[in-house]
Design a protein around this ligand. Structure first.
Ligand SMILES: [Fe+2]
Ligand SMILES: [Fe+2]
Ligand SMILES: [Fe+2]
Length: 426
């Protein structure tokens, strides 16, 4: 799943094509040469696979192609903050936190009073190897320059032992050919199988919440969205008796339904006016990528299905599958109602939330015109006050979490700076 997430995020920019996969591959190969034990190798590969996850918003965008970054905290701190909330990933968070610290003849074992894991240095080295790849030149002709650049920085930017191991690896053409192969991910997975991860119920919910933050925190306009959708969807499921035996399903589905939005660049999420047809073409892809990212995670089969169908409409006018009526399962209908309701009530870059009475009218019209499921819209309004309160509470709590995230990432100026914020709509 991590690998499909990073594959999706790598789609945002052609510059980033396969960046995370490549860094993982380089790190794994060097790590193996260094003789890392299986546990460390696994942590290394996972950390490398998501190392720039904090660089997905406008304010934290990574200037990937510069060899020396001026302000790496901008993306390493958010990355740390996003992952550290999920206990099983706390140690990955630490590796990511320091993945741009220089070695400086050993001073780099510490950074501002904190221990820097050696694996952070290895991610750094692997990352700086990967950013030098020029897509339009023959790879075997790039080898010499890259090796030279890295060697010059041994001891200063990079750990000498790790550079040594890299040189050993770099001597073989096959390393470079694997690295730029379109199958690099398959090669990585076959050569370094990671196995699965057993999660109990609480951890599964925490994992979903972690992904929710990765999805939502890219923009302040989406920062609380999936929490609201989840709360409304759960309330609708409870009132209708849907999936009574497994109440967490709908909660997770609500948190994850927009995971495909990772393919939408933050510039588009934050546009104040005039979405172009190019922008819309990108936005229309997101439910497709929700399915794509969740594919292959057996435990999330129905969650991926519902999520990928949350923009379908009963009359067949939705997107992208153009399904209609009976082809749209109940879980997806609930999500559509919850998503539409929440989206209307919350702020967009170009407007504050729509009033409760207008939302009411729009929702009822959409049910009457056979866009949204009548029964679920009915349930929503039979329990309007209760459900809206739940949405409000969930979004207010998520707003606090977002604030805390910005604080921890030292991006709080963005929060305060935005004094044109609308209050969470009631
Ligand atoms: Fe980075
Ligand atoms: Fe990177
Ligand atoms: Fe949504």
């Amino acid at each position: 799943m991590l690998s499909s997430i990073t594959a999706a995020t790598d789609l945002i920019s052609p510059v980033l094509v396969d960046h995370h996969k490549k860094v993982s591959f380089v790190a794994a190969t060097i790590g193996k040469t260094l003789g890392l034990d299986e546990h460390s190798l696994r942590r290394l590969i996972l950390a490398a696979a998501v190392h720039d996850i904090g660089g997905l918003s406008i304010k934290t965008r990574v200037q990937t192609f510069e060899f020396e970054l001026t302000d790496p905290d901008r993306h390493t701190l958010p990355g740390y903050s996003l992952l550290s909330g999920f206990e099983p990933f706390a140690d990955l968070a630490k590796i990511i936190r320091f993945h741009h610290v220089y070695w400086q003849d050993g001073q780099g074992t510490m950074d501002r009073g904190k221990d820097v894991p050696l694996l952070s240095h290895l991610v750094h080295l692997s990352d700086r190897i990967a950013v030098q790849l020029a897509p339009n030149r023959e790879i075997l002709n790039q080898k010499k320059d890259i090796v030279q650049r890295i060697t010059t920085e041994s001891g200063e930017m990079f750990v000498p032992d790790q550079v040594e191991a890299f040189l050993e690896v770099a001597g073989k053409e096959v390393f470079w050919l694997d690295l730029v192969s379109p199958s690099v991910n398959t090669i990585l997975q076959q050569r370094f199988p990671l196995g699965g991860m057993d999660l109990d119920r609480g951890e599964l919910l925490d994992l979903a919440e972690m992904f929710r933050r990765v999805i939502d925190f890219r923009s302040r306009f989406t920062a609380t969205h999936s929490s609201g959708v989840s709360a409304v969807a759960v309330a609708l499921a409870n009132h209708s008796g849907f999936k009574k035996d497994d109440p967490d399903r709908m909660k997770i589905a609500g948190l994850m339904h927009d995971i495909g939005k990772l393919v939408v660049p933050p510039e588009i999420l934050e546009k104040r006016q005039g979405l172009t047809s190019e922008d819309l073409a990108i936005i229309y892809k997101h439910p497709y990528y929700t399915a794509e990212i969740l594919r292959g995670i057996e435990a999330f089969d129905d969650i991926g299905l519902w999520g990928s169908l949350h923009h379908e409409r009963l009359d067949g006018t939705g997107y992208p599958y153009k399904k209609a009526a009976e082809e749209i399962p109940e879980g997806a209908r609930i999500l559509s109602v919850a998503d539409t309701f929440t989206a209307l009530m919350e702020d967009r870059p170009y407007r504050c939330g729509v009033s409760a009475s207008s939302t009411d009218r729009i929702m009822r019209d959409m049910a009457a015109y056979h866009k949204l499921d009548e029964d679920f819209v009915g349930l929503l309004y039979e329990n309007a006050e209760e459900i809206n309160d739940k949405r409000y509470e969930a979004q207010t709590a998520a707003d606090q979490t977002h604030r805390h995230f910005l604080e921890e990432s030292r991006l709080l100026d963005n929060y305060l700076e935005a004094d044109d914020r609308c209050p969470v709509n009631r």
